[in-house]
Design a binder for this molecule. Sequence first.
Ligand SMILES: [Zn+2]
Length: 140
Amino acid sequence: MWTEKTEIEKIEEERLEKINDDKSRFKKSFRGGIIIFSLVAVTWTIASLTIGIPQGRYIPASPRDVIKISELPEYLPEFLRLAAILGFVTFLMLFFFRSKTKTTTLMCDKCHTSKNFDTVTKCGCGGYFKNIDNFKWIDD
Ligand SMILES: [Zn+2]
């Protein structure tokens, strides 16, 4: 059956969550940075080979200044620098501005009907809807 968590249980749960979070945060952020780095490096390389490099902010006389594969190595450091910068920025953003994903499901504290989050907090049975994080399931 569903039962409401006690304050102590909630605090303990939050504490454990925080520990796990701190452990995985660096890894997750780092992975995000690597993904963006690869994505930018690959996309930029492909784009340069197919549509060419933009020649500054004005439309160049020859817009399709396509790079040949043999020319790629001389452009590569530039791609990689940009990709590395974006990857690093992504890493920092993920590391410092994580959005905590909270469940948005509500459950009535009396009849245990659940629903998606909305502004109606009173249930038809007379109970009140609370975030489902406040409840736990225990076997009878
Ligand atoms: Zn109810």
